[in-house]
Design a protein around this ligand. Structure first.
Ligand code: NAP
Ligand code: HSE
Length: 427
């Protein structure tokens, strides 16, 4: 039977899963693809490291060996990072290989050049695993939902932060303790910055928005705020209001351009995303024909991510078999503007510590009024002789007006501290 050779770049968490899954499904390939899929080489950093149940004769630390191997038709990049991954992928495409990648960092930055190079060379560049791991979302957006005008993509696309926020909500933990628990369980890395500061989610939002709205959105276009400032007290208020706090990636295609952001948001307990717990991910989209649709599952991990990668490998292998590679590559045929973040409208929850004195609330309300911020609700708690905690929920307001109001409030001596500013979901 015909063989299709594979070069695997990386044998870490995802690479090991891909290696295992390709072996588990080896006998099915005759039926699903009509060819045998054979891993011919595996690139690793440390060739001397012991690898359980892996044929060590396949290991190499020289990526050029794969480029020069004519039997290799598909390169699977699961090594991560910008370089040398970028150079290897571009060289592989130019050498006529099809490429499958899980590398969100690289795609969120350089998606255009990777896809253009694939197209110029008539090859596939597929990256289902780059967003929400095992959950199918790239292919549904590019294919199954291609008949829709997608206006909205909103998702929980980082499992580590969703786990942390779930522990804070369900067990009353403070952020630091919940992060420690996530690290203990292996969800969060030793350096968790990319997850907890929202950077990992922002990369996924850039990729999803580009595909959903057919217009390139890169990582730096995405407003990003993490969850490090969320406290157990904010969570307690959310509970009182019948809300939960989630780190959401939000992308909207509006008349004035694309809005793209990642930030913690209070959402109603009845919203479908509110019930996404622990390390699970979910993406909620709205299309003009399909209406609302939600995709739910494992956003990371060895086998869930391998599931998405191997799905792409099978797709590329089928395209090779039918001589139709590069059938669907870049779908960004528009050039829409990115909306300035200051012009994006949001609703805000503001918790502050103020002097407990007549006239303070009136002074705060006046500042909001002067900056076009309309107040929806006011709650006062913890009133002591000297200080009180005040929570104000606003109506929808442009981010720039909110920021100007907050700057003025911070300079008032009767306001001791603005403790939290969290966005609240509004239709
Ligand atoms: P990982 O566990 O750190 O594995 C990386 C692998 O690549 C290792 O085998 C490493 O070799 C090899 N490697 C790294 N740099 C190399 C270099 N310069 N030359 C040769 N080999 C090199 O990473 P991972 O968690 O599997 O993630 C891989 C990719 O998948 C990343 O782009 C990540 O964002 C993406 N992804 C991961 C997940 C997940 O759940 N982990 C989910 C979705 C997407 P050694 O083994 O010798 O160190
Ligand atoms: N670190 C990510 C998460 C998984 O916690 O969801 C890789 O994208």
């Amino acid at each position: 039977m015909k063989k299709i050779g594979i070069g695997l770049l990386g044998l870490g968490t995802v690479g090991t899963g891909v290696y295992k899954l390709l072996h588990m499904r080896a006998d099915d390939m005759e039926h699903t693809v009509g060819a045998k899929l054979e891993i011919r080489k595996i690139l690793v950093h440390n060739i001397n490291k012991k690898r359980e149940n892996v044929d060590s004769s396949l290991l190499t630390d020289d990526w050029k060996e794969m480029i020069h191997d004519d039997e290799i038709q598909i390169i699977v990049e699961v090594m991560g990072g910008m370089e040398p991954a970028r150079t290897i992928i571009l060289e592989a495409l130019k050498a006529g290989k099809n490429v499958v990648s899980a590398n969100k960092d690289l795609i969120a930055e350089d998606g255009r050049i990777l896809l253009d190079t694939a197209q110029e060379n008539g090859r596939d560049f597929l990256f289902e695993a780059a967003v929400a791991g095992g959950i199918p979302i790239i292919r549904p957006l590019k294919q199954c939902l291609a008949g829709n005008e997608i206006s909205n993509v909103m998702g929980i696309v980082n499992g580590t932060t969703n786990y942390i926020l779930t522990r804070m909500f369900e067990d009353g933990m403070e952020f630091g303790d919940a992060l420690g628990k996530a690290q203990e369980l292996g969800y969060a890395e030793a350096d968790p910055t990319s997850d907890i500061e929202g950077l990992d989610a922002a990369r996924k939002v850039a990729i999803m928005a580009s595909i959903a709205f057919h217009s390139r959105v890169v990582f730096s276009d995405v407003y990003t705020q993490g969850i490090t400032k969320i406290t157990a007290r904010d969570i307690a208020y959310a509970k009182d209001f019948g809300l939960v706090i989630k780190l959401l990636g939000v992308a909207k295609n509006t008349e004035d351009g694309i809005e793209a952001g990642v930030y913690p948001m209070m959402i109603g307990k009845d919203h479908p995303l509110a019930s996404v717990r622990d390390s699970f991910n979910a993406v909620f989209i709205h299309g003009d024909a399909v209406d609302d649709a939600m995709f739910y599952g494992r956003g990371a991990g060895e086998m869930p991510t391998a599931s998405a990668v191997v799905g792409d490998v099978i797709d590329a292998a089928r395209d090779i078999q039918h001589n139709c590679t590069a059938r669907i590559n870049c779908t960004c045929y528009r050039d829409l503007p990115i909306k300035s973040w200051g012009d994006v409208r949001n609703k805000f929850f503001i918790r502050m510590q103020v002097k407990n004195q007549p006239g303070v609330l009136a002074a705060i309300a006046q500042v909001f009024g002067e900056h076009k911020v309309s107040i929806e609700r006011v709650v006062q708690d913890h009133a002591e002789p000297e200080s009180a905690e005040l929570v104000i929920v606003t109506e929808l307001v442009k981010e720039k007006y909110m920021n100007r109001a907050l700057d003025e409030l911070k300079s008032m001596d009767r306001i001791y501290e603005i403790s939290s500013v969290i966005r609240e979901y509004a239709e």
